[in-house]
Ligand binder design. Structure first.
Ligand SMILES: Nc1ncnc2c1ncn2[C@@H]1O[C@H](COP(=O)(O)OP(=O)(O)OP(=O)(O)O)[C@@H](O)[C@H]1O
Ligand SMILES: [Mg+2]
Length: 315
C-alpha cells in the first residue's frame, strides 16, 4: 500500500528582499513514518524550505500540502508539528523544566498529561539531572538537548530538526542522533537537515541533496550512490616512492576512472569492484612499492555531490 504523504511541496520558490533566490522551483514529498533528509552546503536553502513549509515565511510561488489536508484548522496542524530550529531559542528567565513545560503547554492543556509529556521529553534527551538549571548554566550540548525537548515534548506527528548538532561534541551528537531514531520508532515522521553527510547517511530513509535552492539529486542512499559511476575508492599510503610507471599501469586498467597522487598517498577511483584491490596489491609487489596502508572504500554522499556540482559539500 502507498504510504500517506505528510508533506507535499510543489514548485516552491522564495526570493529574499535583497534579491537572493534561496529556493528555486522545489518539489518534494515526505512519506509518513520516514526520516527525510535535506542535505546541502551552507546557504543551499534548507532553512528557507523548512520555514516556507511551516508558513513562517512568505514565498512568491508554490503549493504546500500538510497531512494530506486532513486537518481543517491551523491550530490542529500546528499541534501535530514539532520544530527544532537551527538557532537555540529558550527562555533564560526559566529553568530547564519550566522551559519544557512552557513549550509543551502551548499545545497540551491538561496538566497531568502535560507533566507526563514533559517528564518523557526530559528523559528522552537525558537532562533529568539538570531540571532546575538555568539555561545559561548548561554546556552547549546540554542546551541543544533542552532545545530539542522543548520542540518535541507535545508529541507531534511530524518533527523538523534543522541542523540540531552544529557546534556540539561528538558524544552529544551521537545522543541526539539516537534520540531522533527513537522518536521515529515511536511513530514520528522526521525532516532532518544537515550539511554533515555522515549524519544523513546514518539517519535518513530518503535523501534530497540541495544546492543553490535546487534539488540536484534525490533518492535512498543506495539510489544516490548508484547515480555516480564510481563504485570503489582505493587509497594507498606509500612510504618512499611511487614510480610513475606504476601510476601509468594503474591508469591503463579498464575499471580505473581516475588516479590522484600526492606526496604520501595515491587514490584510485574505479567503476567496477572486480577484484581491483587484489590486482593493485599484486602491482605494488611487482614494482616493489613500500606502503604503510591500503584501504578500499565505497563512495559517499560527498562524492555524489562532488560529481554533480564539482565542489565539496563542506568548503
Ligand atoms: N533573511 C534573509 N534575508 C536575505 N537573505 C537570506 C535570508 N535568510 C537566508 N538568506 C539567503 O538565502 C539563501 C539560503 O539560505 P538558507 O538559510 O535557507 O540556507 P541553509 O541551507 O539553511 O544554510 P545553513 O546550512 O547555513 O543553515 C542564502 O543565500 C542566504 O544567504
Ligand atoms: Mg539553515
Amino acid at each position: 500500500m502507498e504510504k500517506n504523504l505528510v508533506i507535499e511541496v510543489k514548485g516552491l520558490s522564495k526570493t529574499y528582499k535583497k534579491g537572493v533566490k534561496a529556493v528555486d522551483d522545489l518539489n518534494l514529498s515526505v512519506k509518513e513514518g520516514e526520516i527525510f533528509g535535506l542535505l546541502g552546503p551552507n546557504g543551499s536553502g534548507k532553512t528557507t524550505t523548512i520555514n516556507s513549509i511551516l508558513d513562517l515565511l512568505d514565498y512568491e510561488q508554490g503549493e504546500i500540502i500538510l497531512f494530506d489536508n486532513k486537518f481543517k484548522n491551523k491550530t490542529d496542524v500546528k499541534r501535530n508539528i514539532g520544530l527544532v530550529t537551527q538557532e537555540v531559542g529558550v527562555f533564560d528567565q526559566l529553568n530547564v523544566i519550566e522551559n519544557v513545560t512552557f513549550f509543551c503547554g502551548l499545545y497540551i492543556n491538561d496538566k497531568a498529561t502535560r507533566d507526563q509529556y514533559v517528564k518523557e521529553a526530559i528523559e528522552l534527551v537525558q537532562i533529568q539531572d539538570y531540571v532546575k538549571f538555568n539555561p545559561k548554566k548548561l554546556s552547549g550540548g546540554l542546551l541543544r538537548r533542552l532545545h530539542i525537548a522543548c520542540g518535541i515534548a507535545h508529541k507531534p506527528k511530524l518533527i523538523f530538526f534543522d541542523e540540531p548538532t552544529v557546534g556540539i561534541d561528538p558524544q552529544s551528537r551521537n545522543h541526539i542522533l539516537e534520540q531522533i531514531k527513537q522518536l521515529n520508532k515511536d511513530g514520528a515522521t522526521i525532516v532532518y537537515t544537515s550539511h554533515y553527510m555522515e549524519e544523513i547517511e546514518f539517519l535518513c530513509d530518503y535523501i534530497v541533496i540541495m544546492d543553490k535552492g535546487k534539488i540536484i539529486a534525490n533518492g535512498t542512499y543506495d539510489e544516490l550512490i548508484d547515480k555516480i559511476e564510481l563504485v570503489e575508492f582505493i587509497e594507498i599510503e606509500y612510504n618512499n616512492n611511487f614510480p610513475d610507471e606504476a601510476i601509468l599501469e594503474i591508469k591503463k586498467m579498464k575499471e580505473v576512472v581516475e588516479v590522484i597522487k600526492n606526496d604520501y598517498k595515491v587514490v584510485i577511483k574505479t567503476n567496477q569492484d572486480n577484484k581491483t584491490l587484489s590486482k593493485i596489491i599484486t602491482l605494488l609487489e611487482t614494482h616493489n612499492i613500500d606502503y604503510a596502508k591500503i584501504n578500499s572504500s565505497k563512495p559517499s554522499l560527498n562524492d555524489v555531490f562532488l560529481e554533480l556540482t564539482g565542489k565539496e559539500l563542506r568548503d
